[in-house]
Design a binder for this molecule. Structure first.
Ligand code: 6PG
Length: 240
């Protein structure tokens, strides 16, 4: 095993992984609502979470008092709001449109990245904070790119320069589109449960690098929340 970050769950395929992530996420939301009276969920961009979003929309709409759940997006591309490049647009199509009673804190991501980042930074600063002064993100979903990036934090692109912001602009994303906003690492300092979802053979090399202790954004991010669990399908976890 030996992953730098564990525990880790490996599933035969993406659908089984999505089923587990969906069910465990619903449990986390209900625990947060019981503990705090509400739950804050940081959604993941990219395509990996699609199946889990769909499963929640299909099977769990009645499992949670969604009026007590606040949704935010961990990172967002600068694009028209109805663009297929918009992470929020995808999550809205698959899940959010079915739970209008939730608090949907969408980034204004059809603005220049500096404007969108400043606006979202201000929004996140209004959220309940943990005793270390960071927003209480009860549940955080993260994906991982083939290069070990997560959110829109890419290898070799430091966010250190903006270390007093929760949300920062990105202009040179190696993964198109180039302009984005993203949570900075320290924004995860108030995170409770983090679920990292990695599927597909294209990610297997990066998973091996994580296992070998490489200094990758996903490893830096994974260490910050109180509790991080990795969910891999067999294709991504080959050789783990
Ligand atoms: C984004 C995502 C990004 C994503 C990974 C994995 O906006 O692109 O936030 O960090 O999670 O690139 O993407 P896939 O799930 O599509 O492989």
């Amino acid at each position: 095993m030996g992953l730098m970050i564990s525990p880790i769950h490996i599933f035969p395929n993406k659908q089984k992984l999505a089923q587990a992530v969906a069910g465990q996420s619903i449990d986390m939301l209900r625990q947060s609502i019981a503990a705090h009276g509400n739950a804050i969920w940081v959604l993941a961009g990219g395509s990996t979470p699609d199946a889990a979003y769909q499963i929640i929309a299909d099977q769990y709409l009645k499992a949670v008092d969604w009026s007590k759940v606040t949704f935010i997006m961990g990172d967002e591309r600068i694009a028209p709001l109805d663009s297929p490049d918009s992470n929020w647009h995808i999550a809205h199509q698959l899940l959010l449109q079915y739970i209008p009673q939730a608090t949907l804190l969408r980034p204004i991501s059809d603005q220049p990245a500096e404007v969108a980042a400043a606006q979202y930074n201000a929004v996140l600063n209004t959220l309940p904070k943990t005793n270390n002064g960071y927003p209480r993100f009860d549940l955080v979903w993260l994906g991982m790119g083939e290069d070990g990036h997560t959110l829109s934090l890419f290898p070799g692109h430091s966010d250190a320069g903006q270390n007093d912001h929760l949300v920062i602009p990105v202009h040179d994303s190696p993964k198109p589109p180039g302009d984005r906003i993203t949570l900075a690492y320290q924004a995860l300092a108030g995170a409770g449960q983090c679920m990292i979802m990695v599927t597909g053979s294209s990610k297997a090399a990066a998973v091996k690098q994580v296992q070998a202790g490489a200094d990758l954004p996903i490893v830096t991010a994974a260490r910050i929340p109180k509790n991080t669990v990795w969910y891999l399908d067999e294709a991504a976890g080959k050789g783990v």
